[in-house]
Write a protein that binds this ligand. Sequence first.
Ligand SMILES: [Zn+2]
Length: 80
Amino acid sequence: MPPVLLDATSAQSVTWFVASLRDDDTHLGGETTDGTVTARCGRPFRPLARLNGLPLDPLQVFPTCAQSQRQPTRPGAPRR
Ligand SMILES: [Zn+2]
């Protein structure tokens, strides 16, 4: 297992994945061991591509996933 650098701002690695080439179908999520992605909006899918960085076209981003990126911490989570 490779060493993992933990950062308070990016403790969970999240990446944008292209679910399909349609509009509103690029999602923010984490890849699982079997190659599927579970998106922040709750949608599981097998990605066409993984993006390095932000999606170029905001029209292709699913709105729920875009909002979750702007709110990285869960509402109601206690701050210490
Ligand atoms: Zn999504």
